[in-house]
Design a protein around this ligand. Sequence first.
Ligand SMILES: [Fe+2]
Length: 403
Amino acid sequence: MIKKISVRQLKPGMFVHDMDCGWMEHPFLTGSFKIRSEKDIGQMIAYGIRELYIDSEKGLDASDAPTKKEVETSIARQMEVVFENVKSLDPTSLQEETGRAKIVLVEASKIVGDLMQGARLGRQIEQEQIDPIVSKMSDSILRNKDALLSLCRIKEKDNYTFLHSVSVGALLMCFTRAFDLKPGDMQLVGIGGMLHDIGKTMVPDRILNKAGELTLDEFTTMKMHVLYGQNILSDTPGITQTSFDVVAQHHERYDGSGYPLKLKGSEMSIYGQMASIVDVYDAITSDRCYRKAMDPTVALRKMFEWSKLHFDPGLIQTFVRTIGIYPIGTLVLLESGKIAVVIDQQGRDLTRPLVRAIFDSRKSCYISPEDVDLSKPLGQGGGDRIVSHEAAAKWNIDPHQFI
Ligand SMILES: [Fe+2]
């Protein structure tokens, strides 16, 4: 049985099923193994692991620990409360915005690519290079955030670093909509997001692109990208403290388990805290050479679960409300037995989005695509409801083909 325990309950002889850690540049990429000694446990604590899942059938048990199922049920219940009566803020439909967002994304990726290439060659960054594109991104997000966000999710291996930077910038700008920030702060946070990993240009390619586990030394070198990024920004005229905080604190964690300064709670700025959330969310919802992407709904549940330790719980609630319980491209099972893709949230209650039914789960066959507005009753294009989120891999369906 899979059970959740604190790292302090871990004993030699227990079998680690999943380390439940959200940061990706981690030396323990293969998460399943038997604990052989106290040294293994000490190393896990040193890396910041606080909670994990064990398999009681493959090793020693922790009798009073909750099962994975119990943990997941409790998280799902807590998340339902978070989404009660939350409506999307987007004034424009996804369909209307997608064309414009595509153009913005191409331009943003090129600019980030050029900036990173320049930084690698020791060229100074000019903030004027990035200001206009960040304004275009924020305009697109204010019209319909899902257009840019859903496009950002598709990352090829070759353009991962650029698109991850653009995506973190876009996600951060969306996140700021939930706060009463000063005018212009949305763009400053976005600039920080676009440049958050600029320090990776100073990390050797053999470490940056390594497919297997990082050694301890390689992990230490990788972590240096935050300090390199701070140095690059310190040499950039006009960079504000807001943008700087995003770069400097995106790997800090609420419980002090992050790096480089092991800042805790309010020692981190609000922008640094937001960046740490967004960076993890984007990384775990993207395909990497060593790991398949998590479905966004599953990722949000994991972030919620981690919020007890790594992130401020209140801020995570705001973040999941920003993204929505069923982000665009999520596969859902409807009460009618149809499998559908979430295609728009605009103006709707986030638990009742516009979906495109594409598959009959009872007959196990594709059907002619049919749009169903779950906020409307039967007879007005609705009349169905979501029973559960479905993993795209389980049905072997690529939801993005249907958006
Ligand atoms: Fe980073």
